[in-house]
Ligand binder design. Sequence first.
Ligand code: SAM
Length: 249
Amino acid sequence: MPSQRRDETPTPVGQTERQKLHGRRKGRPLRAGLQRLVEQRLPELSLAAPSGGGTLKLDRLFTSPRREIWLEIGFGGGEHLARQAADNPEIGFIGAEVFLNGIASLLRHIAQDGLDNVRLWREDAQMLLPILGDAALGRVFLLFPDPWPKQRHHKRRFLRPQNLDELARVLAPGALLRVATDDASYLRWILRHLLDHPDFEWTARGPQEWRQRPADWPTTRYEGKALAQGRRPCYLTFRRRADGRDETP
Ligand SMILES: C[S@@+](CC[C@H](N)C(=O)[O-])C[C@H]1O[C@@H](n2cnc3c(N)ncnc32)[C@H](O)[C@@H]1O
């Protein structure tokens, strides 16, 4: 079974015009050590929207310059994000996640691995995209987004036209959008919307490229559960076109 929705939480202030896409913000109470980590590290690592409006100054996010900024949306327990951050120290990472227990898990990875190139966005990721500048990102990861399997909930799927337009705007020409899913209906939806979009192209040249997780694509907790339950994930990589038009005849 794909992930099921959890409880409903109040819509954050400022999110009235956009459909709320995410589920619960808290799970089981955090153990004392994790709670301490959240209190100590989360405020300094969290991003906030610029108070006077405008876009986030990404070149000021980290203590030293970073070659590119990569974003992971809905990082869950943070395994993939932490691994990418450790493997790519020249890159600055933003992780967007609303679920506190997942955020705490990422903070533990950050502490254990001594990472200094990760910042956190704790609200709905669709509130982050509008405050990123054009072509600000070198890569975006959306791994096992909630599939919202019921037809009446499809409008909550993250990869819907409005967010795809925003992703196209914030991704630099040639930048990659990596998406994983184990849900057949969401897979069809993703392919339909991405292949129809003038700014994206699918990089796969054959089935082995989407059936097998690439070597530089660390596994996630959700993927482990899917595989243990006999589901077969798909690993999709799309490229932000340089000119927004398909050059193939
Ligand atoms: C099915 S889980 C997958 C987690 C992780 N990517 C993995 O593969 O293990 C989806 C995650 O996305 C988060 N999420 C869903 N919608 C979100 C949104 N609009 N903004 C930020 N996080 C979101 C959820 O809280 C949840 O942790």
